[in-house]
Each structure stands twice: as C-alpha cells, then as structure tokens.
Design a binder for this molecule. Structure first.
Ligand code: SF4
Length: 372
C-alpha cells in the first residue's frame, strides 16, 4: 500500500517498523513531537496486526477498592482521603466479600483490587481478605495491589518486598495490576506524588514480583507536567525491565484526570493526545504483548478508535469504578458485555473475551445468571 506521510521525518521510523527493528529513544521523542496522527496510527497498526491480527480482547471483571484512606496525599489524586476525612471509607472484610458478590454472575473472571495506603490495615488483614475471596469465589483470578501498595505493606510489616509478595501469593494473589508507576522521572514525581515510592523502587518491586512468577501489567500516567522526553524515558525503562523478566503482559496508558485534585488547573487530555499515546506505546514497547485502551479514562469512543491506532484491548465491564470517577471521569461506571462487543465489532475487529492472562473464555449468553 503506498504510504503518504505528511511528516516525512517519520519515514525512517516506518522503515524500522516494517523491518521489525527496535525504535530508539530519539525515535520515541520524534514520534511524540509529530502531529501526523494518521502516520503514527498507520505504523502502530502494522505492529498491532502483526501481533494480534484482527482480534480485540476484553474481559468481564469487577473492581473492588477496599479503602480510599491514604497516607500519601499525592497531588495527582482525587481518590485518596485522609483518615479523618468524613468522606473517607474503609470496608470491613465482610463488606469486601459482600461487594465482590454483589450482582454476582459466574461470568466474572477477575477481581481488580486496589486502594489507598491505609495506616492501620495490616498485611495480615489483606491476606485474610484474599483468602476469604478465594474461598467464596475460587474460580476468580485475583489481580491485586499496585507496586506502591506492596512496598507500603512491606514497610509496615517490616518485611522485604519479596517476603511480602510471598505472603500475598500464598494468600491468593494471582497477578498484579501494575498501577502507581505514574512517570518515573524523579523531577516530576517530586511535584505530583512526592510521598510515593521512587520510579526505581516501582521497577524493583515489579522485578521481584516477576522473579516470583507473578505476571503484572504496567502503566504510565500522562497529560500532566511531564515532557515528551519523560514519557520516552518511562517507556524505555519498562522495555528494559521486560527484556530482563518478560513479566509484563499489558501496558495501560492512563490519561491524567485533574478534577478535584490540587492540579485542577491542568487541562484534560484530548482525543488526539490519547490516540497518539496509544500509538507511541505500541511502537516503543515492542516486547510487551498487549496495549490497552482503558475506556474508563479514554471514553468508550476513543477506546474504540484506538483499536485502529495500536491497541488490542478495551479492558472489561469494570463495575463500580471509583478512582477516576472521583477525579471527574464522566464515563459510565460499567459497560455491559453486549456494549463492549458492539464497540469492538463496529471498529471492524473481532472481539475475544479473555481471562486476565489472555486465555480465551468461551461461553454462551445463556450461561449468565445475571446480565453483565
Ligand atoms: S495516588 Fe495512590 S498513593 Fe497517591 S494518594 Fe492516591 S491512592 Fe494514595
């Protein structure tokens, strides 16, 4: 097919993409600087179709956020609350288990569990929570805890990250969602999340998890005060760790939602920026299998278009998302399975329901006890 790029500076990168060669740091910066979105999408789509053909993945999951109490007070965050904040909540163990089972359907294959850094909830409490979930829902995959939560639990329990992860695995953790990475640049972290672990600690925690056999996702928060160079540096660091461990399954770019945060003056990302981010991620992260367009953050409309710009996943049905809705996300809190199927099919892709580790899930509509 003849290629008509508006930005001719991208042509040497196209040659590399077609030859399956790794892109450099400088290539990454050139991609971000370009406004030729269709060229970026064209190149990202080459990689995406080489890896996944026409398939777009989705899953049927439920989010559980056991507490929004957090000691970190990151400026990027509208979710975390101080312990004495009258609007803060902390579920009891029974409430966590009850939430997991609310509107229960056997279609759910994954619980996605993340929350604040609570100053009183102990590692034992979380282990009990996990064991209780496994007892009640033995077939459901538990994707739980950001690297930040794991490091905090380790610090409070006076254990190493490795020992902490070993306990969590023994109690039922099956994989890690990969949140809390934000942007690895220390200059930016000092401003947006100065009480959080460093970028290096995030990477070290992921490394240990992968060494223990856990798969994880990885993320990047974009659209705040970071530069193009910061973003490329972040992607390259993820790529390097992946070369070492092979433990990352999916990269999820997370658009910054400024509402109700101390950084409220920063404008929201645009559809153009979101699609560019998806495309650059697909092009730079040549060793991470999947790129997710998380519809909660991007809106279902942009997540749908992203299936032609490098993404091969639209995330799941979610059910009760709190974190980005506290920051002003205007998307619905859940999507029914049928709506996800329509989004994907209208984009000309073939929807494949997956479990957390991308094994296809087959079922008939009549197998559902509750419509999800
Ligand atoms: S981003 Fe995470 S660690 Fe930071 S305040 Fe929010 S919940 Fe706490």
């Amino acid at each position: 097919m003849p290629t008509n790029f508006e930005d001719s500076r991208l042509l040497p990168i196209l040659d590399k993409v077609e030859a399956g060669q790794r892109l450099s740091y400088e290539d990454g910066v050139a991609l971000y600087r370009s406004h030729d979105l269709l060229a970026l999408g064209h190149m990202a789509n080459i990689v995406r179709e080489r890896l996944h053909g026409n398939i777009t993945y989705f899953n049927v999951n439920r989010h559980i956020n056991p507490t929004d109490v957090c000691v970190a007070s990151c400026r990027l965050c509208a979710f975390g609350k101080r312990v004495r904040d009258p609007k803060a909540y902390t579920m009891s163990l029974d409430q966590v288990w009850e939430t997991a089972g609310r509107g229960w359907t056997e279609a759910v294959t994954e619980f996605h569990i993340v929350g604040g850094l609570h100053p009183e909830l102990t590692l034992d409490w979380y282990c009990q929570m996990l064991r209780g979930l496994k007892e009640r829902f033995p077939q459901v995959h538990l994707k739980a805890f950001t690297m930040v939560e794991i490091a905090y639990l380790a610090q409070r329990a006076k254990l190493s990250v490795r020992e902490t992860l070993e306990r969590l695995i023994a109690a039922g953790v099956d994989s890690l969602p990969g949140g809390g990475a934000e942007i690895f640049s220390e200059r930016v972290r000092r401003i947006i999340c100065d009480h959080k672990i460093t970028g290096q600690q995030w990477l070290d925690t992921a490394r240990v998890a992968h060494q223990l056999g856990l798969k994880s996702n990885c993320t990047m928060l974009y659209g705040h005060i970071e530069t193009h160079e910061d973003r490329v540096d972040h992607l390259v660091k993820l790529r390097e760790l992946q070369d070492e461990t092979g433990g990352f399954v999916t990269f999820i770019p997370l658009a910054f939602h400024p509402d109700h945060t101390p950084l409220e003056h920063i404008p929201k990302t645009t559809g153009f920026a979101d699609l560019k981010q998806i495309a650059v991620a697909r092009l730079m992260l040549d060793n991470i299998p999947h790129i997710k367009a998380y519809w909660i953050m991007m809106t279902p409309r942009i997540a749908q278009i992203a299936q032609r710009f490098g993404s091969d996943d639209v995330d799941g049905t979610v059910v009760e998302e709190k974190i980005y809705h506290d920051a002003g996300a205007t998307t619905s809190q859940s999507l029914r399975r049928g709506e996800l199927l329509r989004l994907v099919r209208e984009a000309g892709r073939e929807p494949v329901e997956r479990d957390t580790l991308y094994r296809p899930v087959t079922r008939t509509e009549s197998a559902f006890t509750v419509l999800v």
